[in-house]
Design a protein around this ligand. Structure first.
Ligand code: NAD
Ligand code: TDX
Length: 339
């Protein structure tokens, strides 16, 4: 079994590669990654010497390069994590989101059609469903919830989802799609809420909470997401969409307070800043389908997962300090300097 994992030098893709190499010692994993600002080769250091692993620096939009890799590797499956993934960046510059997230997905699927494939899996997001009101805690996203996006990021992910499902219907490409809620855990890039707050708190810097901090996200430990994708690849039905989430809704402000407490930092570091444009209020996944069909359930409770995550950032300071000391400083100044 050879699996091409795109975007494997990023947060979830790298965790997925560790999971798969650990669980299936006879699988070959080929990581294809462009190494954008979000990709880190050092993240993959623990598996670089594994004979079942290969890293290839490549853009998923590079049709010739992608076809060349398929010709060499003849993959049985492709799992597409590669994406521009940060909502705030999509608001600043949507174009690269459309290129990578939609056109890159098309190139991968064309390669699958040309060379043949057992499964193409698209890693999508709950953001394609838009948001839910805070005063309707009875509402959840199911796979039947209409697509109704808010940001250029979520729109590009939705565009890709529709294209993937169209390739199933039109060409019979054996696809699956998963739509997961917010992940957290090791190797999360420090532009995202949880690692940003941990890094800032450790440096005694202000903790910039958008708006009133009342927005709700449905948090899932990254390993649980990886296990769900593993199950979908092996047991999921082609042409189907599976929602992934663990009924773990939290307000942003409460997460930031938990981080302050765990690190022994004062809540006075919390600074309310100008809200994100078009900011989604609440995400909440109904995971009934993946539970009933595939037996998936999240294993890590938030109280444990957040402590493990904070400990990981304490133990791996070099990983994130290297990131935030580089180009990230310009990004931070641009996004937060005058906010
Ligand atoms: P990330 O930003 O940490 O990593 C993205 C990776 O993709 C990086 O390694 C980057 O170098 C690579 N990449 C970007 N453009 C590329 C291109 N053109 N060609 C090849 N590689 C490219 O993202 P993440 O948080 O790990 O998210 C992975 C996937 O999961 C994305 O598709 C995202 O939409 C989806 N998702 C993320 C979350 C979350 O909470 N982080 C939740 C649900 C779904
Ligand atoms: O500095 C911040 N302050 C703040 O209040 C940042 C970076 C975020 N926030 C808020 C915005 C959101 O309500 O925290 C919440 C989480 O923000 P992000 O970490 O940027 O995640 P989100 O926008 O929810 O999107 C994430 O989950 C779905 C991932 O980045 C997406 O790739 C995934 O599809």
């Amino acid at each position: 079994m050879t699996i091409i994992v795109t975007g494997g030098a990023g947060f979830i893709g790298s965790n997925f590669i560790f999971h798969m190499l650990g669980k299936y010692p006879d699988y070959r994993i080929v990581c294809l990654d462009k190494l954008t600002y979000a990709g880190n080769l050092s993240t993959l250091a623990p598996v670089m010497d594994n004979p079942n692993f290969r890293f290839v620096k490549l853009d998923i939009c590079d049709r010739e390069g992608v076809y060349g890799l398929f010709e060499e590797e003849h993959p049985d499956m492709v799992v597409n994590f590669a994406a521009e993934s940060h909502v705030d960046r999509s608001i600043e510059n949507p174009e690269v989101f459309l290129q990578t997230n939609i056109l890159g997905t098309q190139v991968l699927m064309d390669a699958c059609r040309k060379f043949g494939i057992q499964r193409y899996h698209q890693v999508s997001t709950d953001e394609v469903y838009g948001d839910l009101p805070l005063d309707r805690p009875d509402l959840f996203f199911t796979e039947e919830t209409p697509i109704h996006t808010s940001s250029p990021y979520s729109s590009s992910k939705a565009g890709a989802d529709l294209l993937v499902l169209a390739y199933y219907r039109t060409y019979g490409l054996p696809v699956t799609v998963s739509r997961c809620s917010n992940n957290y855990g090791p190797y999360h890039f420090p532009e995202k809420l949880i690692p940003l707050m941990i890094a800032n708190a450790l440096n005694d810097k202000p903790l910039p909470v958008y708006g009133k901090g009342e927005n709700v996200r449905d948090w899932l430990y990254v390993e649980d997401h990886c296990k769900a994708i593993d199950l979908i690849l092996h047991k999921g039905r082609v042409g189907e969409v599976y929602n992934i989430g663990g009924h773990n809704e939290m307000r942003n402000i409460d997460i930031v307070k938990i981080i302050c407490k765990a690190l022994g930092k004062p809540e006075s570091l919390i600074t309310f800043v100008t809200d994100r444009k078009g900011h989604d209020m609440r995400y909440a996944i109904d995971p009934t389908k993946i539970h009933n069909e595939l037996g998936w359930l999240p294993e890590t409770k938030f109280a444990d997962g957040i402590q493990k995550t904070i400990q990981w950032y304490l133990n791996n300071r070099e990983w994130w300090e290297t990131i935030i000391s580089g180009e990230y400083q310009n990004y931070y100044e641009k996004m937060y300097g005058n906010r």
